[in-house]
Design a protein around this ligand. Structure first.
Ligand SMILES: Nc1nc2c(ncn2[C@@H]2O[C@H](COP(=O)(O)OP(=O)(O)OP(=O)(O)O)[C@@H](O)[C@H]2O)c(=O)[nH]1
Ligand SMILES: [Mg+2]
Length: 398
């Protein structure tokens, strides 16, 4: 009896010990939201990874189910950014869904939305539900979305009337001009953007056609890239008749800002005498915000802004960003993301090469690929950078 009781006691002690071990193991793997460590990865979060406050609100999302799948688990100090109106909600919802499905559901980067008007509840509710990172909503200050005092509004109005008559696309629009000026000179200095180092611009109604299983922000940082593109083309010259004259004036005034090994060969066919109108399409961009906030870029933007072409012509942010990247950056700081397959009406970038498209699970039609067509400037990029064009490009030329 006595030895039987001792055996029972031993069983009970073993059971208590076992339960205690199980308890400690399970409680130490339960995520905790406090401290400076990522709750889901155990990886220390870099200071300034995300802004703490928003100009008009921040909506935290529930914790993601999966840890970020970057190569070494490190997260970049990066965000998506979208300029949109409340009426763009269903078009931007489609873009977000694509970006999430192809990339961000594995990475959970934040998304900053900016607007010249306050965002409404529907916009915030729907976008927050779709983005797997944190969402932030900001209103653009008046001085970044209005005529500067040095602009003659009467002259600007006459230009709009004339462009309307000549049926130049968006030629009669004031808001389109504010948009182009904002994207050229101000989006990267909004309070919500100031804590980030990298951005990925997304517009309404764009499509992504292939899986992106690595972190393009990290790729940019690791390879010392500052600006990137997927589509390039010739600008509609009627919208920028004097942009190159203004640029040449800037180059003369600020030779110290011009990079030695620049991409002038992409922008000009005669060593800089005239502009060939080639630009990288800025509705897609992954880039470095510190470069846009640097003195060379700001000096260039201020010089263009003073010359008035955002209002006296209809300068687009795409040629402005491209000329800046082409002249102020070393040519190897500009990256072509061949593996990011993309559509913005009316052009498609679909990677060349069947095996590549299969590997990336692409669903674009290779016939739609714009890269090697006559109106694309991507060949020039390959030529000035001595890059080998992918096998099979000749078959996609027309
Ligand atoms: N808040 C706000 N956003 C705008 C306004 N106009 C354009 N946008 C945004 O600015 C970006 C560029 O505008 P788009 O109308 O797409 O210009 P686009 O790409 O040259 O022309 P589309 O071929 O029509 O797409 C988009 O993200 C728009 O949602 C505006 O007046 N207010
Ligand atoms: Mg657009």
């Amino acid at each position: 009896m006595a030895s039987g009781s001792a055996r029972y006691l031993r069983y009970i002690l073993f059971a208590i010990f076992g339960l205690t071990v199980v308890y400690f193991i399970s409680s130490s793997s339960t995520p905790t939201l406090s401290g400076s460590t990522s709750a889901w990865t155990g990886i220390p979060v870099k200071a300034g990874t995300a802004p703490e406050s928003a100009a008009t609100g921040t909506t935290p999302n529930p914790p993601p189910a999966l840890p970020p799948a970057t190569a070494d688990g490190a997260r970049m100090n990066a965000t998506f950014v979208t300029l949109a109106r409340n009426s763009d909600i269903w078009e931007i919802a489609r873009s977000i869904r694509q970006v999430e499905d192809r990339f961000n559901r594995k990475f959970h980067y934040d998304w900053v939305f900016v607007n010249d008007q306050p965002f409404d509840e529907t916009f915030k509710k729907v976008t927050t539900s779709l983005v797997s990172g944190k969402t932030h909503y900001g209103q653009i200050p008046k001085e970044h979305w209005s005529f500067p005092d040095f602009i003659d509004e009467g002259r600007a109005e006459k230009v709009r009337e004339d462009m309307a008559q000549r049926q130049i696309i968006y030629g009669d629009s004031i808001s389109y001009r504010h948009m182009c000026r904002f994207e050229s000179g101000f989006f990267f200095r909004q309070p919500l953007m100031m804590n980030y180092e990298w951005y990925w611009r997304v517009e309404p109604s764009v499509e992504l056609f292939c899986d992106i299983d690595y972190d393009p922000f990290k790729y940019m940082a690791d390879h010392k890239k500052k600006y990137s593109f997927v589509l390039s083309l010739y600008e509609y010259v009627e919208t920028i008749p004097t942009l190159w004259d203004s640029t040449k004036k800037f180059m003369k005034e600020h030779p110290e800002h011009i990079a030695e090994d620049n991409s002038m060969g992409f922008l000009s066919d005669n060593g800089g005498e005239t502009y060939n109108n080639c630009h990288m399409w800025s509705n897609f961009e992954i880039g470095n915000l510190n470069w846009l906030r640097s003195k060379p870029y700001i000096d260039y933007f201020n010089s263009l802004d003073r010359d008035g072409g955002f209002f006296y012509e209809r300068w687009g942010d795409a040629p402005v960003h491209s000329i800046a990247a082409g002249l102020l950056l070393q040519k190897d700081e500009i990256h072509f993301f061949d593996d990011i397959a993309y559509y913005h009406v009316p052009f498609t970038h679909c990677p060349t090469g069947e095996q590549r498209r299969i590997d990336l699970k692409c669903h674009c039609n290779p016939k739609d690929n714009f890269d090697w067509k006559g109106y694309s400037c991507t060949s020039r990029y390959f030529e000035i950078n001595n890059l080998k064009k992918p096998e099979g490009y000749e078959a996609e030329m027309d």
